[in-house]
Design a protein around this ligand. Structure first.
Ligand code: ATP
Length: 268
């Protein structure tokens, strides 16, 4: 991993199989993979331009950005929109210019624009007066997105649609917009399996029925919260010096209040 302020460059290890649910997105990414080849170009296909992933924190958007880079065997450049603003006059514009130049130099690559909604609120967070900087930075990004010639596939991730620049949602800027929802019961089973497997448990350690029961109990949990449940349950079993049991997972679920529920209560 190479990191410099708002930019980070890496070859992630996450695979599409590490994502539970998000089936439509995974299928789309798998299909588009072939469109990068010379053969596809000769066949008349255009290289995919990008996707916008919208959804609650912890639902796997970042994981998807990493997994697509791995699946397509392309390097990943992460642009942290929250950190692009600030510094001396002209610095924000220069940060954006350098990021796009870097993406083109690395191409073919994936440019993951994290928290793209910050593109609009950047100056607020840096505390300085705007003077048109936000509009210029955002404008240069949107123009580049529209006109880019190099094979740079953009994965933009955001938590809130209402904070997004409307121009981004216009046709032609990205190929598709995916709403990443809370996982349904079958997805939650898959996510539990993925994280149990990642921590050395075998699929046969828990029956389908046991996992389904846990998934039903974990209603409204995000993928990140299910991962935390697995970690917490493992701690409990380790502390007691025994193997992991279904009850450890059930107890960890019972003691977790999912973020979506907290947010719901705050709104009411
Ligand atoms: P944020 O908006 O806060 O960046 P995010 O949607 O990008 O959130 P991730 O960072 O991808 O969420 O999720 C954090 C971790 O939770 C992931 O690295 C992964 O381990 C786990 N996770 C989240 N969603 C899933 C999922 N659908 N399948 C498997 N694991 C998941």
């Amino acid at each position: 991993i190479r990191k410099s302020g708002h930019l980070e460059y890496f070859h992630p290890k996450a695979r599409l199989d590490d994502i539970g649910g998000l089936d439509r997105l995974k299928a789309w990414l798998q299909r588009r993979n072939q469109a990068f080849s010379e053969e596809a170009r000769e066949f008349g296909l255009e290289a995919p331009r990008g996707v916008l992933l919208l959804g609650l924190p912890g639902t796997g958007k970042s994981l998807a950005a990493k997994a697509v880079a791995n699946a397509w065997q392309l390097p990943l450049l992460r642009l942290d929109m929250g950190r692009i603003y600030g510094g001396i006059v002209g610095q924000s514009e220069e940060n954006m210019r350098r990021a796009l130049h870097m993406a083109e130099t690395l191409s073919p690559c994936i440019l993951w624009v994290d928290e793209i909604e910050k593109a609009l609120s950047g100056m607020k967070s840096s505390g300085s007066t705007d003077g048109g900087t936000t509009a210029r930075v955002l404008g240069s990004f949107l123009t580049w997105l529209q006109e880019k010639q190099k094979p740079v596939f953009v994965v933009a991730t955001a938590n809130h649609i209402e904070h997004l620049p409307p121009e981004l949602l216009r046709k032609g800027r990205v190929d598709e917009i995916f709403f990443v929802d809370l996982p349904v019961e079958a997805d939650r089973v898959e996510i539990l399996k993925i994280h149990l497997r990642a921590r050395g448990r075998r699929d046969e350690d828990f029956s389908e029925e046991e996992l389904r029961k846990l998934a039903r109990q974990a209603q409204c949990f995000t993928g990140a919260e299910l991962e935390e449940v697995v970690k917490e349950a493992l701690f409990r079993a380790f502390d007691d010096g025994r193997q992991l049991r279904q009850t450890d997972l059930a107890d960890a679920i019972a003691e977790t209040t999912p973020l979506s529920q907290t947010m719901h209560e705050l709104i009411r």
